[in-house]
Design a protein around this ligand. Structure first.
Ligand code: NAP
Length: 357
């Protein structure tokens, strides 16, 4: 039986769902795939919980009762003492700094699966350095959920590129929250700020919705796809349309933004008034390979197009290539949420495990 030993960092929405999904799939994987997935260590930013083989369904109670403060070296020492094979570190944190541990983890025998986008969106230097370290240590790094959550965007793009397909253009409605906001705003006779408030109440936006409206997160995802196609790009090179006016961003408080968000309505109402009968507004990220241009912006789309017919908070991606011709390859569906993201993480673990002895 092949054994995979998972150390899970981040027990929030995604991380806790990963644990539950792994535990639920364990028996079937043992019987059908001859594969044993164990989770001997789980950790959040301050506390770690260690067991001999794997956590069980009471992990939350046990974590609270028996977890203790830790350093990353404690985790490494523990897995070394136990002699675990096939180690996989899962980064289900939302941390800017956790990626500082990646190199050490890789050198100490871990493969990495990340839902966290940070490692792929820092400088090109960091990006290349990480890959050098992976090659040198014979380790793998999977991060399908960085773009489109559980949707198979990165593997599809990567596979096409590897197979020698000429990819000319990639477009996407990358953000679930902005998808919902513009799908609703285009259809209903409500002001933009009303729709935004509705999205906040449904928990679709970040606690500070300016994070979504700034377009930076979409920019990060676009950068990840560009780098997948070997374009040497930095986040600062992406043209991002920030939907938040300068005076409500930066030093201005969230409270001030909430009081004045109706000031966003004018420009967006005008854009809506300029639409033809068969058009809607969509928030997209676009990558033109020939020019290397990366843009995040609002566009008018035909209602009948893949983006134009989007519903709720769904994401959609169009990949234009030589073989697919005028009609792009389209991948569409829920592009956010703990369940689909965790499933994408588990799928990454399984794809990784196929490459291990
Ligand atoms: N939710 C989605 O739809 C979605 C989709 C795709 C990708 N993602 C990505 O998945 C990641 C997790 O998202 P989430 O929604 O689960 O976030 P979350 O609920 O905020 O959970 C984050 C977890 O990370 C832990 N953490 C923070 N810093 C850490 C550190 N230095 N070491 C170990 N653990 C640390 C936190 O622990 P404390 O409680 O101790 O701070 C918490 O348990 C994020 O990077 C997000 O961008 C999410």
């Amino acid at each position: 039986m092949k054994k995979i030993n998972i150390v899970l960092f981040g027990t929030g929405n995604v991380g806790s769902t990963v644990i539950n999904q792994v535990l639920a799939a364990r028996e079937k994987l043992q019987q059908e795939e001859n594969l044993e997935l164990n989770i001997p260590v789980i950790a959040n930013s301050t506390t770690a919980f260690f067991v001999k083989q794997t956590v069980n369904r009471s992990w939350e109670t046990n974590f609270s009762a028996s977890g203790f403060p830790y350093k990353i070296s404690d985790v490494i020492d523990y897995v070394t003492q136990q002699g675990y094979e096939n180690l996989v570190a899962i980064d289900a944190t939302a941390s800017e700094s956790f990626v500082d541990h990646y190199k050490l983890l890789i050198e100490q025998g871990f493969h990495v699966v990340a839902a966290n986008k940070v490692a792929n969106t820092l400088s090109s230097e960091f990006y290349e350095d990480l890959r050098k370290s992976l090659r040198k240590n014979g380790k793998f790094f999977y991060y399908e959920t960085n773009v489109g959550a559980g949707l198979p965007i990165i593997q599809t793009l990567h596979g096409l590129y590897q197979a020698g397909e000429e990819i000319t253009r990639v477009r996407g409605v990358f953000s679930g929250s902005l998808s919902y906001i513009f799908n609703t705003f285009s259809e209903e006779s409500k002001s933009f700020s009303e729709v935004l408030t509705e999205a906040e109440k449904k928990g679709l936006t970040e606690p500070d919705p300016r994070v979504d409206l700034s377009g930076k997160d979409v920019g990060r995802k676009l950068l990840i796809l560009a780098r997948e196609l070997k374009l040497k790009k930095e986040l600062s090179e992406i043209n991002i349309q920030d939907l938040v006016p300068k005076h409500l961003n930066g030093k201005s408080s969230l409270k001030n933004f909430q009081l004045k968000k109706h000031e966003l309505d004018g420009d967006l109402e005008k854009l809506k008034a300029d639409l033809e009968e068969d058009e809607v507004i969509r928030h997209v990220g676009e990558l033109e390979i020939a020019t290397g241009n990366l843009e995040v912006k609002l566009v008018k789309e035909k209602r009948t197009s893949a983006f134009g017919s989007l519903k709720n908070a769904d994401s959609s991606f169009e990949i234009y290539t030589e073989s697919y011709g005028e009609q792009p390859l389209v991948i569409q569906g829920a592009g956010a949420g703990a369940a689909v993201t965790a499933r994408g993480v588990v799928a990454d673990i399984l794809r990784l495990s196929e490459r291990l002895n």
